[in-house]
Write a protein that binds this ligand. Structure first.
Ligand code: FES
Ligand SMILES: [Fe+2]
Length: 354
């Protein structure tokens, strides 16, 4: 298959928004592993199990809950929250091997993270934070779009915002985005790429002009922080030209927007694009909320359409085609290097664990 980025195992991935996991069984596929998610009646925690019944592989996500147990919708094999089968029809003895895998789950910052890999290595302390998603004083709009593209194409897309000028003109793009050079910092050890673009005198794109009411030109800062493999933060600050943060760093006249993405590889050539826009301004203005939701959804769909097209196009290329990279690609290339390392580390057999 052309242009597929290998999956990095032994990593945390966003599988759902916290509000999506409840008493209805939810099916998602992460790194090619089908998962079923639900929330227990007992203590309200989220559970993730392998989504295939051990009997004839019926999807458990198409089955039902009996209390905190999943009853397979085909012949009734019944699984507890650990994935252990506790009942089979027609006989008293439950086969010893009747169990499905259960996955470590952490809920944090309104996101449900799942660990794909060796459970013994799962460290919740390693999950990157996005506190604005679940903090007083912040309002968030969000959505999730599945894309039929290699997740590496979405990483590329998000690490280079110069595409805003062309793909998102009339929404978030203005000429200055593509014209302004970036600075890139890479923390190879931590697996973090930072890309900054500081525009000191720029046109205000409709996305911000309509929502903030700013009439003239703006200072626009875009500071990206990509925590490979899954979490992408874009710290956006805009203010009328001439308005600068106070010497102590406070910035009462600037507009701060946190744009968050979770890039979750689903299967080869498929990725979940979780998108969130959080703001600490006009937080009680429902019209602004609705405008940002609809406008950002349109912007996300422009990327979705472009990446679907790009993936289909790459599928018609001969293998071994060449790319040509320039300065704007520095962040994306760094991200590819880090992902390649994480893939390699995740593929190593772990001592003493089968
Ligand atoms: S497939 Fe699940 S019980 Fe038969
Ligand atoms: Fe985009």
């Amino acid at each position: 298959m052309p242009h597929t980025t290998a999956f990095a195992r032994n990593q945390w991935y966003v599988v759902a928004y916290a509000h999506e996991v409840g008493r209805e069984l939810l099916g998602r596929t992460v790194l090619g592993e089908p998962l079923v998610l639900y929330r227990t009646e007992e203590d309200g925690r989220a559970v993730a199990l392998h989504d295939r019944c051990v009997h004839r592989r019926y999807p458990l996500s198409a089955s039902g809950l009996d209390g905190d147990r999943i009853v397979c919708g085909y012949h009734g094999f019944t699984y507890d929250t650990t994935g252990t089968c506790v009942y089979v029809p027609g006989q008293r003895r439950v086969p010893r091997t009747a169990r499905v895998a259960s996955y470590p789950v952490v809920e944090q910052d309104a996101l449900v993270w799942v660990w794909i890999g060796d459970p013994a290595l799962a460290d919740p302390g390693g999950i990157p934070r996005a506190p604005h998603l679940d903090s007083p004083g912040w309002v968030t709009v969000s959505g999730m779009e599945p894309i039929d593209a290699d997740y590496g194409l979405l990483v590329d897309n998000l690490l280079d915002l110069s595409h805003e000028t062309y793909l998102h003109g009339g929404y978030i793009g203005t000429p200055e985005v593509a014209e302004t050079p970036i600075t890139t910092e890479v923390d190879e050890g931590a697996g973090v790429v930072r890309v900054s673009r500081r525009m000191e005198d720029a046109e205000c794109p409709p996305f911000y002009a309509k929502s903030t009411g700013i009439k003239g030109r703006i200072t626009r800062w875009q500071d990206i922080e990509y925590h490979a493999p899954c979490l992408y933060l874009l710290h956006s600050r805009i203010a009328p030209v001439g308005v600068v943060p106070e010497p102590d760093g406070s910035d009462p006249n600037g507009f701060h927007t946190e744009i968050t993405y979770a890039i979750t590889p689903s299967a080869d050539g498929h990725v979940y694009d979780f998108w969130m826009v959080s703001r600490d301004w006009a937080t009680d203005d429902a019209e602004v909320t609705e405008f940002l939701r609809a406008n950002n959804h349109t912007v996300v769909m422009q990327d979705v359409d472009a990446l679907n097209l790009l993936q289909r196009t790459l599928g018609t290329e001969r293998t071994g085609y060449q790319e040509l990279s320039i300065n704007i690609d520095t962040g994306g290339l760094a991200a590819r290097r880090i992902l390649a390392r994480l893939v390699e580390e995740g593929a190593k057999p772990v001592e003493g664990v089968r």
